[in-house]
Structures are given as C-alpha cells and as structure tokens.
Design a protein around this ligand. Structure first.
Ligand code: SAH
Length: 499
C-alpha cells in the first residue's frame, strides 16, 4: 500500500524481529516522504525507506532525552499539513502503551487524516518467543495488559493493585523493570499468590533474548541476579510454568552464536539468512566484491566440446556475455557442461542447463577427476572463471590433450570495512571464510592475524584451499567443511555448535 500525501500513518513496527513487521508497515515505510520514529524499532527497518525520505528520530538516543510529546505532535501536524505522507513508526503496537491514541486525537483535531497500522505487541510476542502462551486452556482464560510505569510508592499511582490481585488470569506488565520489586510486593500485599509462577523476558524476539522464570515473590531478585534490563516484559501467571517445556528459541542449533560472514555483500545475505534461521546472530563484514571483466564483450561457446564453470558467480556473467553475442542457452546444445559443484549446477539449472559433470566436492581437483571419469576426450575445452583462480584445472586438461581457452569473467577486489563493521566483527565468536580471498582481504583489512584480538574467534573454513590460506598467515582453521560449499559450511558450523 502506497503512502498517500497529507496522511499520517500511525504504524507499529512489532516487537523487534524485523520478520515480525506487517506487510503494510513495510510498504508504507518504503513509500512515505517523512518517517518519525522511536528508538525501539526493528533492526535494519530504516534501510527500507526511500533514499530521499526525511527520517526524524524522536526516541532517546544513547541515554539522551527523548523529544517531548508536544513536539512530536507538532512535527506530525506540520508535515501532514505540508502535504507529506508521514509514517509515525513505533515499537510494538501503536495503540498499546504507545501514545498512538494521543497522537490520533491531535491529528483529528488538526483536521489531518490518519490511518492506524496495528502490529504484534511485545506483551504477547515476547512471552511467545520465550515459550509462554499468555492463555492456555485450563490454566488461564484471560490476559490483562498492564503498565508498570506507575510508581507504586506514589499516592497518585493509577494501578489498582487490589483489582490486579484478584484478576482471574495472566498479568502482562510493560515497562517498569526498575520498579519490579515494589510492584510485586504491592501485588502480594494486595492478595496475589506469592508462589504464583512469573517470568521476565528481555529483548523478546530479538538477538540476545533472555528469560528468567521464578515466582511472584522471587522474580525481582532473580531478574536482578540475571541482570535483566529494559526492554523487558514481566508476566505473572500459571502459564509461566510452561516455559521449561515450551521454550524453543534456545533449542535452535546455532542459538547463542555470533557468526561473521565475510563474503561479498551480494552473496552474504543468503548465507546470513540461513544462519539466522538456525538461530545464530550474524554480522556481515564483506571483505571482497566481484568486479565483472570485459562486460559486453561477446562470448561464443559453440564448437567447444567441454565448458567448465568454476564458480556460481560465473553463471550470470557467462549468460550476459553469450547474450552480447546474440546467443542463449541453445548455444550449449552440443557442449558437455561441467560445473565445479552442486551450487553452480543449481545456478545453471535456473538458466535451463543441466550440467553433465558435477563433482560432489566443489574443488578443482574433484572436477578434474570427474572429467577424467567421464571416459571421454575433449579436443576443445573452455574454462570460464575468476581472474585469480588456481590453474589446476587448466593444466590437467592440457595434460589430457585438450586445447584449452580460459575466459576471465570477473575479478575479486577488496572491499573496505566501515567502522561499524569493524566493531561488529570484534563481537563475533566465529568468522566464516568462503574462499582464500576472503581470508587475504579480511586479514589485510584488520592489519594481520593480531587484529583478531586476544580472544581469538573460531575460524571456519569452507575447504582445504581456504584453510591453506589461513595457515599461510600462521592461523589454524578451527573447523573445515567436509563438502566445500555453503551447505557444507553450515553443516560444519552446526556440528561444531553441538559439541
Ligand atoms: N507499543 C509497544 C509498547 C511500548 S512501551 C508494544 O505494543 O509492544 C515499551 C515497553 O514495551 C518496554 O518497556 C518493554 O516493557 C516492552 N517491550 C518492547 N519491546 C520489547 C521486547 N522486544 N521484549 C520485551 N519487552 C519489550
């Protein structure tokens, strides 16, 4: 849905996991002229906004003061009146302790049209993510969403502790971790069961989510001991006793690992997404990028007996160069196609080509063996590859009597690390290397092996060539993939984590 001019959208961003934003929130963020946002919003969601959008932060930044509500109201009215499309982005749901209702009233009285985009609220999502259903048949058939913001020691407190003490169901408290001791004492004093199960969930749905389960009486001390800080949800109710049976985030194979991905930005996303799905936190620190060579120069593989494709990157570039010669997949009709491994074979399949030769291990020596194993001879062979590739394959084919032409499709160049990437890298417990060039360029960027710091992270290598590069720098691979591709690397990481 496109954001309309002169309209203010009161949008909820959900509890923190970017995957829990609504489709509508994403669409509006991507089209609005102005974004006015709080501090607690999903990581990376501002990457979605238009490059020319005006982005205004009104949350507390680094402990500083937040913008007063009156000023926020004025901002919304001003931009709405000026005819802009405005997204007012909040954490969780905009109408649950989000002051969305107040802003809507101001907009209505200023005559500005608004829409509300509801969202997943943290009071339900954080418990769910911890393995606590807020209702459960036979245990809890009602939920109260309560603010813990009111100070129970002040006479003007708005919370009705006597009412909450007899509420027949789960209590979910937003805010107020600091006042938790006073709140739980007041609830017990008002008659709520001291031994009722209770839980604290910090950063629910986000990396670093923490859960503490105790009783109403012991929760504040248990939370303090575990170092629970805001943002956290407090849950009081028998359903908290289900957490030991239902917790699920912690059971993911890579839970608790912080893994750095060093491959090129264009490819990092797919590896990161798979690691995240397995429960890891990932930091992307691209150390290399690929630079196509001889773009637009026609390439005609017809008449070749054997075409060897030695990387996934090469597939698109090969077809681009063939297109420049007015050719498509049919040009490979009579050609034996050899792919370095299953990943490259899959990329070829997407182009309508089923590779004839695919070794299981994605390494040049295995490809040489597989070609020899085909039992045929190839008078004319073509290899398409990166500039800096090894020459094992070229030499082996020449030795087998082929006339070999090598076409360089791209080169790998260093990508500089930003300051924030450097900081993020230092927090990783594991660094993945998907090629020798990622090793070289990363070490280059951090000033050699010493740049890895005193508490050296685990180094994960995709295969022997990459491992050899680590060793050439005096480092060891703590783990090496058995299958030398992304699936193999992920398998090595999960079995390492299971140790
Ligand atoms: N409108 C928001 C709530 C805003 S009040 C919503 O619907 O979720 C801010 C409070 O929300 C925090 O103090 C904390 O109690 C809670 N909160 C927000 N995000 C949270 C998260 N990811 N995990 C736990 N609590 C969270």
């Amino acid at each position: 849905m496109t954001a309309l001019p002169g309209t203010v959208y009161l949008v909820g961003g959900g509890p923190g996991d970017p995957g829990l934003m609504t489709v509508r929130a994403v669409e509006l963020l991507a089209t609005a002229d102005v974004i006015v946002h709080d501090r607690l919003i999903p990581a990376g969601c501002l990457d979605l906004v238009r490059p020319d959008a005006k982005v205004i932060s009104v949350g507390k930044e680094g402990g500083g003061p937040s913008t007063p509500q009156d000023e926020i109201n004025d901002l919304l009215v001003e931009h709405g009146k000026a005819g802009s499309s405005v997204v007012r982005l909040k954490g969780g749901d905009p109408f649950v302790f989000g002051r969305g209702g107040e802003e809507a009233l101001v907009l209505r009285s200023a005559g500005i049209s608004f829409e509300v985009v509801p969202a997943v609220t943290s009071g339900i999502a954080a418990p769910a993510s911890a393995g606590i259903p807020v209702t459960q048949r036979g245990m809890s058939s009602a939920v109260a969403l309560v603010t813990g913001h009111e100070d129970p020691t002040k006479p003007e407190t708005a919370l009705d502790y006597a009412g909450l003490a007899v509420f027949p169901g789960t209590l979910v408290l937003y805010m107020g971790v600091k006042r938790l001791g006073a709140i739980t004492e007041s609830l017990i004093a008002a008659g709520r069961r001291a031994d009722e199960p209770a839980a604290l969930i910090e950063r629910g749905t986000m990396p670093g989510q923490k859960t503490v389960v105790a009783t109403l009486e012991t929760l504040a001390a248990a939370g303090e001991e575990a170092g629970i800080k805001a943002p956290a949800i407090t849950l009081i109710g028998d359903v908290a006793s289900l957490q030991p049976d239902l917790h699920w985030v912690e059971r993911k194979p890579l839970h608790g690992r912080r893994i750095a991905v060093t491959r090129a930005r264009a490819q990092a996303g797919s590896l990161s997404a798979r690691l995240t799905a397995l429960g890891a936190e990932t930091v992307e620190v691209p150390t290399i990028k690929t630079e196509p060579v001889d773009v637009g120069t026609p390439l005609d593989p017809t008449g070749t007996d054997l075409l060897c494709i030695t990387s996934t990157n090469s597939v698109d570039l090969l077809f681009d160069r063939m297109a420049a010669a007015g050719l498509d997949a049919r040009a490979l009709a009579g050609v034996t196609v050899a792919a370095i491994g299953p990943g490259t074979a899959r990329a070829l399949e997407a182009k309508g080509i089923r590779a004839d030769i695919v070794p299981q291990r994605s390494i040049a020596e295995a490809l040489v063996e597989a070609i020899a194993g085909s039992g045929r001879s190839y008078p004319k062979a073509m290899i398409v590859r990166a500039e800096e590739a090894r020459t094992v394959l070229d030499e082996a084919l020449v030795a087998q009597g082929s006339e070999v032409s090598v076409v360089v499709l791209y080169r790998t160049v260093r990508e500089d690390l930003s300051e924030s990437e450097r900081t993020a890298l230092a927090t990783a417990d594991t660094i993945t290397f998907t090629s020798a060039s990622t090793v070289r360029h990363l070490l280059d960027a951090i000033g050699g092996p010493d740049g890895l710091g005193d508490e050296k992270p685990r180094l994960a290598s995709i295969g022997p060539i990459t491992t050899a590069e680590l060793e050439a720098h005096g480092l060891n691979a703590d783990l090496e993939a058995v299958e030398h591709d992304i699936d193999g690397l992920i398998a090595a990481l999960t079995s390492d984590a299971a140790r």
